[in-house]
Design a protein. Structure first.
Length: 385
């Protein structure tokens, strides 16, 4: 196991009725900006619960944060923060709303051009407005981590930043808020959580037994509860386990003391930025292709995954590895995320553009070994056609 240092200070309030706890977390004299997306929280009663909890507070609202939140939209919220002297941001939604709110929190106090936050991956963020979250879509783990991904629509650049200053002060996770989610969003959340887990697991062994077993347990949960959530959307136990699995998949626990990959995410970000696919759709496309391309380097962990998660114990090593990749593709397919570019009307003509964007952004040494170049990405995407 590699050396590591880890700290996470986000207060979690998990379970039914926990939205009421936000009044215990936000100072009574705060000027609160409630941020959200398309307005589903008005229909399902979540926004009403938030306002009830914040009765007596000075509250403002900013809606319209997109999936893959746009820099241009978020800068409008920054204007409101400055105009209304906002002192606390409450993000109510899924990962995109939370990611966007993290950017708003940092950009509102940033002394330079806020796009620099993304260009420098958050290296110069020195402060941010305090942020709390009410999670309604489990997927990204953003409710308990310090990262965010933002898209500049004008240039089709999708970049990320990380800063301890935007780590949420608290997050409320009430599984009942997820009951009304569309099937597509539930499935996307499962795939996103799955790929987060394996990006920190499917590398090479370093005798990190705790992290490996933890990752394998989360993968078991996703294989079991992903389909169950689609079959019975209001099963509280299923929703609760999916919600906590998604949070644990990317809150800094799994990556302690182990090598990580993230090539699938970097390639997927460029596909989303260029062609507008859902984040989870791009992950489902790219991940199996990366595994196929790097099969020899990942073989030990692929075999471990095949045995411990998929119970594939017969056949040669190559046969079990191939079967494990196939079963993963089948799982993505069953969740409505086909693992092929062609399923989204994309063909080989998109491959040079993706490689070029990676080069522009300096993502030229991807993977746990730093040996996946833009030329390798072209070959990977050919496997994903």
């Amino acid at each position: 196991m590699n050396n590591f240092s880890v700290r996470n200070t986000t207060q979690i309030h998990f379970g039914k009725g926990q939205i009421a706890k936000i009044k215990d977390e936000i100072p009574a004299d705060a000027r609160v900006l409630i941020t959200y997306g398309g307005g589903s929280i008005k229909k399902n009663g979540v926004l009403d619960q938030v306002h009830t909890a914040l009765n007596g507070y000075a509250c403002f609202e900013f809606s319209g944060i997109e999936p893959n939140p746009h820099f241009e939209t978020l800068m409008k919220a920054v204007e409101i923060v400055k105009k209304e002297n906002i002192t606390y941001i409450l993000a109510v939604g899924g990962g995109s709303v939370i990611d966007g709110s993290k950017f708003i929190a940092a950009a509102s106090l940033y002394p330079n051009d806020p796009w620099e936050i993304l260009k420098t991956y958050g290296a110069h963020v020195a402060d941010a407005i305090p942020l709390g979250c009410v999670l309604t879509l489990p997927a990204t783990g953003s409710e308990m981590n310090s990262g965010a991904v933002i898209t500049k629509a004008e240039t089709k650049d999708k970049l990320f930043f990380d800063s301890v200053h935007v780590l949420p002060r608290f997050s409320v996770l009430d599984p009942e808020t997820t009951y009304s989610l569309p099937t597509r969003q539930v499935a996307n959340g499962v795939v996103d959580s799955f790929v987060h887990t394996v990006e920190q697991y499917m590398t090479y062994p370093v005798n990190a037994k705790v992290q490996d077993r933890f990752a394998e347990g989360l993968l078991h949960n996703l294989f079991e509860d992903g389909p169950a959530a689609l079959a019975n959307p209001t099963d509280y136990d299923v929703r609760a386990n999916l919600m906590w699995t998604a949070t644990m998949a990317l809150n800094g626990t799994l990556n302690t003391g182990v090598p990580t990959d993230w090539a699938t995410h970097m390639i997927g970000h460029e596909i989303t930025g260029l062609y507008g696919l859902d984040h989870a759709q791009t992950l489902a496309i790219v991940l199996p292709a990366v595994w196929k391309y790097k099969k020899e380097q990942k073989k030990a962990k692929l075999l471990q995954y095949a045995e411990r998660v998929l119970d594939l114990r017969t056949g040669s090593d190559d046969e079990r590895v191939d079967a494990a990749i196939k079963k993963t593709e089948e799982f993505f397919e069953s969740m409505g995320n086909p693992p092929r570019l062609s399923a989204y009307s994309l063909d080989a003509s998109v491959i040079p553009a993706v490689a070029e964007k990676l080069t522009q952004h300096g993502h030229v040494k991807l993977g746990e070994y730093g040996d996946i170049t833009p030329e390798d990405v072209k070959e990977i995407l050919k496997l994903a056609l």
